[in-house]
Design a protein around this ligand. Structure first.
Ligand SMILES: [Fe+2]
Ligand SMILES: [Fe+2]
Length: 478
């Protein structure tokens, strides 16, 4: 069983932190560094308090509490999902053995690496979103931004707890490094590419929370299967919070599409640039960008590292326990994307090749993600359809704008047509946001801070937060 949530401590937790004074002291020493990072790199807009959800426990009934909190006083805590004492490792060569409560010595380096990579993304997104408060389209949206920010901060705490509790001095050093790297920095950037991109406007923010946070959901889903039980339980609880981030992205894009469609119908034109909303082809370009950089986050089509993680029981598959196979995969194969050289001319073409299922696990995860992303596109197209419009959004081909994996060395159109460098140079402005597009989108980003009001480029949400109406005063500015 999980210990009761201890909310009286400096660091709220349900891991009986007070029983391990050394660990408690180490984390309490890290806490001021976290707060200095938050002050320097967290939300830049000054606020008095914000209507926020705070995790207070992990139980089925009521794991969070809503209320006005000055953001700096947010109770970032350490919460692991309840322990299942009979849990068995669900896959790999240790399948069927009891899950590990400690780090097995032979997997120490790999586990630490997985936790550091996950941990690095959490503060990165806060840094990327630092300046968005200045241009929020409504108090409701501003509150959602801050909710995502404080929860990414809590996810950092979650990973730092694991590093401190299970990885000794190396872990503590890595925890410090998580605050030292920063998004977009030239000297010490964040580990993964998409987390060094800018999030300069709210369309980018919604695309980020839809496509890039969704990558996070899939990574957490595979770590939730881990044989290392504290990691599994940590990620299981993080997934609960992540659902809200997905909602922000999904409904955010819903509302942008809805507003654009409205104006297209009212004015009977596709050419809505200059009418105060985002044209559909600009929405498509933003989608193309965020989707393609997020596909890169899944790594190469094949990876022996990931095969080893699986065999060792460190990182499973999405929905591992629902898969109907042997959960060892030693004799299975999978088709993965590849560049195929023409046997005669040597010219490359986009195709597929068969590899061992274990080495193709990145592809397996990316495919689950792609299917999930398609759900959003269907939703947005239904909105267009509801307005009687025939235009549609779509996911670009997996080879489009890739910097990692089989297609890193080539260029392709969103339809998957191979292009040479000159063609790509000439045509990419039709597919990716140009400076003109970005400047236009930025020009729409004027803050609306009056209760119940909203910017003209986005429709209001269907529902407020925690049963409150849209026109609730979710944020008190200072
Ligand atoms: Fe997160
Ligand atoms: Fe997130």
């Amino acid at each position: 069983m999980t210990a009761q949530a201890d909310y009286g401590e400096k660091i709220p937790n349900n891991v009986s932190l007070h029983e391990d004074r050394r660990l408690q002291r180490a984390l309490e020493a890290w806490q001021p560094n976290f707060l200095s990072w938050w002050d320097a790199m967290g939300p830049a807009l000054p606020t008095r308090d914000v209507y926020l959800r705070t995790a207070v426990n992990v139980g089925r009934d009521g794991w969070a509490r809503f209320g006005f909190v000055p953001m700096r006083d947010y109770r970032w805590g350490i919460f692991l999902a309840e322990r299942d004492p009979g849990r068995l490792i669900p896959f790999g060569e240790h399948k069927g053995e009891p899950a590990w409560d400690r780090v097995p010595g032979e997997y120490r380096a790999e586990l630490q690496r997985l936790i550091v990579i996950q941990g690095d993304t959490e503060p990165a997104s806060v840094e990327q979103q630092r300046n968005l408060g200045a241009t929020a389209p409504s108090l409701y949206d501003l509150r959602n931004l801050f909710q995502v920010n404080v929860e990414e901060g809590r996810h950092l705490w979650a990973m730092v707890y694991l590093l401190h509790a299970y990885f000794g001095r190396d872990g503590r050093e890595e925890a410090d490094e998580l605050l030292r790297r920063s998004s977009g920095s030239l000297e010490s950037p964040r580990i993964l590419g998409a987390f060094n991109e800018e999030t300069p406007d709210w369309l980018s923010f919604f695309m980020f929370t839809y496509f890039t946070d969704r990558d996070g959901k899939y990574q957490l889903g595979t770590l939730k299967e881990s044989g290392f039980d504290p990691l599994s339980r940590t990620c299981e609880f993080m997934l609960k919070e992540e659902a809200h981030h997905m909602m922000v992205g999904t409904t955010g894009i819903d509302r942008v599409v809805e507003r654009t469609a409205q104006v297209m119908v009212e004015r009977d034109t596709d050419d809505v640039a200059g009418l105060g909303v985002v044209p559909l082809d600009v929405i498509q370009k933003y989608l193309n960008f965020h989707y393609s950089v997020s596909l890169d986050l899944f790594g190469g089509e094949t990876s022996t590292n990931v095969a080893n993680y699986y065999t060792a029981g460190l990182k499973g598959r999405w929905m591992e326990e629902r898969r109907r196979d042997d959960h060892l995969l030693t004799s299975d194969s999978i088709m993965v994307d590849a560049l195929i050289a023409d046997p005669g001319t040597g010219a490359p073409s986009i195709g597929q090749t068969e590899v061992a299922a274990l080495t193709g696990l990145n592809t397996d995860l990316r495919r689950a993600y792609i299917a999930d992303c398609a759900g959003g596109v269907n939703r947005w197209n239904k909105i267009l359809d509801g307005f009687g419009l025939s235009r549609r959004l779509k996911l670009p081909h997996a080879a489009f704008n890739r910097r990692v994996g089989a297609f890193a060395g080539i260029e392709a159109s969103p339809d998957g047509e191979l292009l040479d460098a000159a063609q790509w140079e000439r045509r990419q402005g039709a597919w990716l946001p140009t400076e003109v597009d970005k400047t236009y989108v930025r020009s729409l980003m004027r803050p609306v801070r009056e209760r119940g009001k909203i910017a003209a480029w986005i429709a209001p949400p269907r529902h407020g937060i925690d049963g409150r109406p849209f026109d609730y005063e979710y944020v008190h500015l200072s």
